[in-house]
Design a protein around this ligand. Structure first.
Ligand code: ZN
Length: 291
């Protein structure tokens, strides 16, 4: 349909020096929830998480102090930061149909934002950049589907193709949701068996989804979504970026950007670092040899 896919640049730097690298990370995240509302963990509200944690009546989520990423060394990992900062300027391109595995779908959308105006595209790029730094430092070859937040695209089919063409060992797409304000929490989208190319990676992607969920929850203290999926897992057959992938892949909605508690964390750099650490730990767990 004459759609132009603009890729600003692909990167693939590899710092293959570490077999086992441990990094110190934050600790002591607590979360509290009460019905449809919840309080952001203390890192989003206070510079002294441990002090704030003791004042919260909610459950405390254990966050380990070490991040062991040895298993990612030498692996090809594709990180897909959802949307792009320039998408808003190209509505016709965004609406242009592209293949999505079971038909056609719009190229992409502009993404959502917090009520304070923090764009999903900026959020996903920040978390992805943090994740890439962690993985590269541990010796992974990381490829991002976009290298800045000022461009347009790529379309969702191309985001899947980047993982496929690079024969990624694993791929992860990072997003923030735009649900009603009372909804909160994160969820991991995994591909459904819908007769698309992803049929080849259904089982691996489910294992990946489970490990990403567990490590993200442990590192951030964010609870699984209270409005969609089951215990943080959402199986979807309508996502082109998943349907077209032939390498193990999941998509993560890190939180609901329209919810005050989630937004407090998503706009907080310390929490975004913890999100990246959760993803890194989940990817390392996935890439750990069996047995
Ligand atoms: Zn999104």
């Amino acid at each position: 349909m004459g759609v132009r896919h603009r890729l600003t640049r692909l990167s693939g730097s590899c710092l293959a020096f570490a077999v086992l690298l441990t990094l110190p990370v934050g600790c002591g995240v607590a979360s509290a929830r009460a019905g449809a509302t919840w309080s952001a963990p203390p890192s989003a509200r206070s510079a002294t998480p441990s002090a704030a944690a003791s004042t919260l009546a909610g459950r405390t989520v254990g966050v380990s102090g070490q991040l062991s990423l040895g298993p990612v060394a030498g692996k090809v990992i594709v990180i897909d930061p959802g949307h792009n900062g320039g998408n808003v300027k190209q509505p016709r391109l965004m609406a242009s149909p592209v293949p999505m595995g079971t038909g056609d779908k719009a190229c992409d959308t502009t993404g959502t934002e917090t009520n304070g105006g923090y764009q999903e595209a900026a959020f996903t790029f920040d978390v992805s950049t943090r994740l890439a730094a962690l993985l590269r430092a541990a010796g992974a070859k990381v490829i991002m589907t976009r290298d800045d937040d000022n461009g347009v695209g790529p379309c969702v089919d191309q985001r899947a193709a980047i993982g496929n063409d690079n024969h990624a060992d694993v791929a992860i797409s990072i997003h923030g949701d735009g649900a009603p304000t009372r909804d909160h929490g994160f969820h991991v989208l995994e591909p459904a068996r819908v007769g698309a190319p992803s049929n080849a990676i259904i089982t691996q992607s489910h294992r990946l989804a489970t490990l990403i969920r567990d490590n993200y929850r442990a590192r951030t203290g964010i609870p699984p979504a209270n409005y969609i999926g089951k215990d943080g897992i959402n199986t979807r057959g309508d996502m082109g970026g998943l349907n077209l992938s032939v390498v193990p892949k999941v998509m993560v909605e890190c939180g609901n950007m329209r919810n005050a508690g989630d937004a407090a964390m998503m706009t907080n750099a310390t929490d975004r670092q913890r999100m990246a650490e959760g993803f890194a730990a989940g990817l390392a767990a996935y890439l750990t040899p069996a047995g």
